[in-house]
Write a protein that binds this ligand. Sequence first.
Ligand SMILES: [Zn+2]
Length: 300
Amino acid sequence: MIHVFDTRHLGRRGIIAVTAAETNEGLVLFDAGPESTFDNVSAELRASGFATADVRHVFLSHIHFDHAGAAWRFAELGATIYVHPRGAPHLLDPEKLVNSARRIFGEDMERLWGRVAPVPHERLKILQDGDVVRLGTLEVRAIETPGHASHHHIYEWEENVFGGDVAGVRIGNGPPVPPFVPPELNVEWWRESIAKIRALQPRRLYLPHFGVVGAGVSEHLAALDERVARWSEWFRDQLRAGADEASLRGGFAELEQGELRGSGASEAEVLAYEQADPSYMAVAAAERYWRKYHPEEVGG
Ligand SMILES: [Zn+2]
């Protein structure tokens, strides 16, 4: 049995999910949500008949605060935390991560993401690409899937995939969109990662933002892949033409919101997308990507 718990981030539903699978070795979580919503997730667990300490294993897609912020709280209660090798140092010693997040979120850090503390060494397990963890009757496979972040895993079990952020943000009636965030956006890797998910042919694709794609996983992946390519090219063309930051922000927000509305998203859903994946972050992400990997394409 699989549950999708709503973290009710900043009091809103349908923005950040925690996915849980029941096993005969306790509850397994895929992503933990931010620390600021730990109590909400505990309440959701109780409402489904579990105690917070029933969570024995937490598989992290990546270490961004909306996915991994609460990991140390579950570790404190005895859960084992699984993470990509490049994410592990930041869980053991989060100081660098906090400092770089503070540059983005400033004084809003704590309100958005809550408290940050290290995951103890003995509670952390590093998973390499292809590693399988056997938990009773459940087998969970980690698959390295960079693009959104360089240290990103998706997890496959039975006919399910937990897709993390590389599998896109899809809210309500809206379309799948790729969350471009600094500093590790890589378009080529992202598209390879989508191809890896496609090759697994999952029946259900679980998304941290938000819920589950049941019917139409392959259409979801095709639409996502198309947007990764087209949106990154939009940024390339704008940068080549010398667009400044303000016009990139305005132009991209307009492009994204136009596509969301055009695909049937309500105004409330357009706002939910913005909360799950702020459009301004794509500007710094895309700019860094093009200047680092393809400077000749954007005029140096
Ligand atoms: Zn992320």
